[in-house]
Write a protein that binds this ligand. Sequence first.
Ligand code: GRF
Length: 246
Amino acid sequence: MSENGYASDTLNDFAAEPAEERRVVVLISGNGSNLQALIDEQSHDRLGGRIVAVIANQADAYGLQRAREAGIDAVALPHREYESREAYDGALIKVIERHEPDLVVLAGFMRILTPRFVQRFLGRLINIHPSLLPAYQGLHTHARALADGVAEHGCSVHFVTEELDGGPVALQAAVAVAPDETEDSLKEKVQAREHLIYPIAVKWCLEGRLRFGEGGARFDGTPLPPTGLRLSHADAAEELDEDAEE
Ligand code: GRF
């Protein structure tokens, strides 16, 4: 017993307060396979934080079901119910801020964001794009890459700025394009890499290792090149148990 009459354990008395859990909000429009990759990491305590809400602009987005199944707050906020992009993004900001996120993760959120939205979350807003940026910004990236006959394609995680798909790249994963590649097979290979690198990028952001600052993205304080950190086809293939010779 201590002097003031309650049981005391010296170690407990001096134990540090647990660090506050980092909070993540994920925005989706559809399937949510990237969301699922994040949920899977979280379920193994490897995400470096907790997904506190998933918000979709389509009420029937399958990703909302994935969120519910994982016990995560799933919010449908259909853009069709708003008369302008500004009005929608204003409502979206409110819903996101209610969840006090440290990081806002775009995972297949098929909306062009207003400057106001981007500025509100600048530096804590990331996206995954299915190309090796700066190549193939915009849509139909796999078809365009195939049409150009490129030898290499892939995906990029980048900080979001007002320039569409133009913010500083943090992390990329490459795939070798096979001679008989189709749009579907390429998409599948790229998505496997998306699911590999997005959870890593989220974790690094939550740990403060990956940061957005003047002049672009930094990793452990070191400025990254315009294409960010790069996971090669061979390394990703090994990680994914794929045939690296493809
Ligand atoms: C992904 O391919 C991502 O690169 C792009 O949108 C797609 C979303 O897929 N931004 P999913 O909803 O995560 O399955």
